[in-house]
Design a protein. Structure first.
Ligand SMILES: NC(=O)c1ccc[n+]([C@@H]2O[C@H](COP(=O)([O-])OP(=O)(O)OC[C@H]3O[C@@H](n4cnc5c(N)ncnc54)[C@H](OP(=O)(O)O)[C@@H]3O)[C@@H](O)[C@H]2O)c1
Length: 332
């Protein structure tokens, strides 16, 4: 099969495109013919060696996939050949990834793709959607009528946070880095959009909440200013921190506990198959109903996987701001 792979971690050009043997599904596994995979920041960290991981050699990066079941291993009972499926969690914990024509996936990491949802859209929403869902519902237990602030409201995770919060009847304040992205955030359903490059975010949040503060703060960036975050929280508010392994922000202990706040951290890939499936099932309902839509910025052929990784890395590490939406990679 055609695949994009590395022999050892390195810059985007380390990714080679070539032929590898197609994998065979073992017990409880499914062979998926991949129609689309999506690129995430963690793919670039693993490919670049920034996150230490034990990798098979050669290693195919990529967490997200959508496609069609092409084979079923012994004792795999959830899917049949021909079923359309999507999933995430590949390319981690020693598993091969999704920048390939085929992947073997443990069946408990796969979900049926709704008939009216395109493979590219399902792949684009996979990791970021499960992440947003875990943060909003498994961790902070968001309720209708509450106010959510999401920093990075058109990023992969942020765009899913905006739509899921709206789907359950919350009010959403989102930051963006350009007027074009402000339009996108409004189209996704954000009630209040703040340009973090040109507006005073503190003033904008205080105005939007009439000084009452936000109930859930979903930080998709490495946190730098927890004083500001704590100041802008409503009493008993919940803060989600899920990015920036090297971040060491100052923690404003007094105002934090006096307000009765809570701080939740999590890594999506540590959530169990049952936890992730619960997210995926609700996502499927929202995707089928048009309440959760993918924003796709660029699509690359598999042969240009290195260019796809370069674009992700420029935006994640160098903050190029040249990407609006997810990067999709398609075989063939
Ligand atoms: N813990 C987990 O399980 C988990 C899961 C998924 C992702 N992550 C991490 O979460 C982070 C976000 O992932 P992603 O896939 O959403 O990335 P992404 O698609 O690259 O989005 C990044 C967002 O950050 C925004 N941004 C950049 N600088 C900003 C600033 N100064 N103020 C406000 N917003 C700013 C960007 O806005 P503009 O484009 O408008 O500039 C963009 O919306 C990454 O670090 C990733 O590794 C963690």
């Amino acid at each position: 099969m055609k695949a994009a792979f590395i022999e050892q971690p390195g810059p985007p050009d380390t990714l080679q495109y070539g032929d590898l043997p197609a994998p065979t599904p073992g017990p409880g596994q499914v062979l998926v013919r991949i129609a689309a995979s999506a690129v995430n920041p963690i793919d670039t960290y693993i490919r670049g060696g920034m996150v230490a991981a034990k990798l098979p050699t050669p290693f195919i990066p990529g967490c997200d996939l959508a496609g069609t079941v092409a084979g079923v291993g012994p004792d795999a009972t959830r899917f049949r050949v021909g079923d359309r499926v999507w999933g995430s969690n590949q390319g981690l914990a020693g598993r091969q990834g999704t920048l390939a024509e085929f992947a073997v996936v443990d069946e408990h990491w796969l979900y049926p793709t709704p008939a009216n949802v395109a493979d590219a859209d399902a792949a684009a929403l996979a990791l970021v959607g499960i992440t947003a869902h875990l943060g909003l519902f498994d961790r902070t237990n968001l309720a209708a009528g509450e106010t959510v602030f999401v920093n990075g409201g058109t990023g992969g995770v942020g765009a899913a946070v905006v739509q899921m919060a709206k789907a359950v009847g919350a009010r959403v304040i989102a930051t963006v880095g350009s007027e074009e992205k402000a339009e996108t955030a409004r189209a996704l359903g954000a009630d209040v959009v703040v340009n973090y490059r040109t507006d005073d975010v503190t003033v904008a949040v205080k105005t939007a909440t009439e000084g009452k503060g936000v109930d859930v703060w979903f930080e998709t960036l490495p946190p730098t200013d927890l004083d500001r975050t704590v100041e802008l929280m409503a009493p008993r508010g919940r803060i989600v921190a899920m990015a920036g392994r090297g971040a060491r922000p100052v923690f404003p202990n007094g105002p934090f506990y006096v307000k009765g706040l809570a701080l939740f951290g999590f890594a999506m890939f540590n959530a169990s198959p049952d936890q992730q499936r619960a997210c995926a099932e609700q996502m499927n309902g929202w995707m089928a109903a048009g309440k959760l839509r993918a924003t796709i910025g660029r699509t690359f052929p598999l042969a240009e996987a290195a260019a796809a990784h370069r674009l992700q890395e420029e935006n994640t590490l160098q903050k190029a701001g040249t990407l609006a939406g997810k990067i999709i990679v398609v075989p063939g």
